[in-house]
Design a protein around this ligand. Structure first.
Ligand SMILES: Nc1ncnc2c1ncn2[C@@H]1O[C@H](COP(=O)(O)OP(=O)(O)O)[C@@H](O)[C@H]1O
Ligand SMILES: N[C@@H](CCOP(=O)(O)O)C(=O)O
Length: 317
């Protein structure tokens, strides 16, 4: 369960009093998610998401994320902007954390997407990449390729506690993937960088929400598709690849951005990089999250297996 910071009813009522948002009826911690604390808040006038920003979200990056949400929402994309208080302020402090009241979107988070849902979600990602063409801000990818080796070194030999031999195998994988990464002549733009099925809300096959933009950054555009491909096209253990989902993602994305020969040639390396990024952040969390923490740790090996599938040509375009 991702509720790292507890908020008292008194503190939340005082927080809500800054907004034209009615009076507090109830607030429930949301189990899903691993990065931030999220509450479902009902008031006498509406339902909201309250997010308190934790570990990997730097307060200084919040203006970028919120400006991006406002930009995308203004273009009609189904993203949830932050609510402004009566003074026009979006970023507040609550229980010692930076906090925002966010528009609630209907729909359910996906856990087992169908090809039709994958197609719709990748089409929505393509629409997002179109919509950022005139977004004026940039943000370096704090979880991008330059961060992978330092994170690997921080994990160190403890990686072998996750699986014997993992340290050396990951070291070799990083050597292979990072060699020439910077030199790829690929388009860059603001990307989501974490568009997993649980960050897409749907009703049936219709996308009603793209959420959790707190890793959004400027990076290779097709890397965003590679992240999505790695997250959507495998079962939870990372052992079984679902080519029909992979194909649906590409079909949906190509409705906005047909893949070029260069995109296709780069795709396996981008997907392997995505796998290392999530294997490493999960490994770090696995090794550093107390066993009794109120959060479900995600399995790093489920991502390492995906890496092997792309490396060995068992998954891909
Ligand atoms: N704007 C929103 N509208 C509806 N539900 C949301 C919204 N934002 C988050 N949620 C719900 O909260 C869960 C956790 O949110 P998420 O942003 O993924 O958390 P984290 O940043 O911790 O990963 C989501 O899976 C979804 O169920
Ligand atoms: N999607 C990442 C972790 C980030 O969690 P999220 O809940 O913010 O998407 C993973 O699965 O490792």
């Amino acid at each position: 369960m991702a509720v790292y910071t507890q908020v008292s009813a008194e503190a939340l009522s005082a927080f809500l009093a800054r907004y034209d948002a009615g009076q507090l009826i109830s607030a429930k911690g949301i189990a899903e998610g691993v990065e931030n604390s999220n509450y479902l808040v009902d008031t006498t006038t509406a339902r909201f998401i309250l997010t308190l920003y934790e570990k990997r979200v730097a307060a200084g990056d919040l203006p970028f994320f919120l400006a991006l949400l406002d930009h995308l929402a203004a273009k009609g994309l189904p993203v949830p902007p932050a609510i402004k208080d009566r003074q026009g302020v979006e970023i507040q402090e609550l229980a010692g954390r930076p906090a925002c009241l966010i528009q609630f979107l209907t729909g359910v988070s996906l856990s087992h997407p169908t090809p039709a849902q994958a197609l719709a979600a990748a089409e929505a990602m393509g629409a997002m990449h179109r919509a950022v063409a005139d977004f004026p801000l940039n943000r370096a990818n704090s979880m991008g390729h330059a961060s992978w080796r330092p994170l690997f070194e921080q994990c160190g030999r403890d990686l072998d506690r996750i699986e014997p031999g993992l340290h050396d195998a990951m070291g070799e994988a990083l050597d292979a993937v990072l060699d020439g990464w910077d030199a790829q002549a690929l388009d860059a733009c603001v990307i989501h960088a974490d568009l997993f099925p649980d960050n897409v809300l749907v009703l049936g096959d219709r996308v009603t929400g793209l959420i959790d933009f707190y890793f959004a950054c400027t990076d290779y555009r097709v890397y965003d598709l590679a992240v999505m491909h790695s997250a959507w096209s495998f079962d939870a253990s990372g052992e079984t690849y679902a080519p029909a989902i992979g194909a649906a993602l590409v079909e949906g994305y190509e409705r906005h951005f047909p893949l070029t020969g260069q995109d296709r040639a780069a795709f396996a390396r981008l997907a392997m990089g995505a796998c290392l990024r999530f294997a490493l952040s999960r490994a770090w969390d696995w090794l550093n999250t107390p066993a009794d923490a109120l959060v479900t740790r995600k399995d790093p090996l489920a991502y390492w297996r995906r890496y092997i599938a792309y490396r060995d040509g068992k998954a891909g375009l």
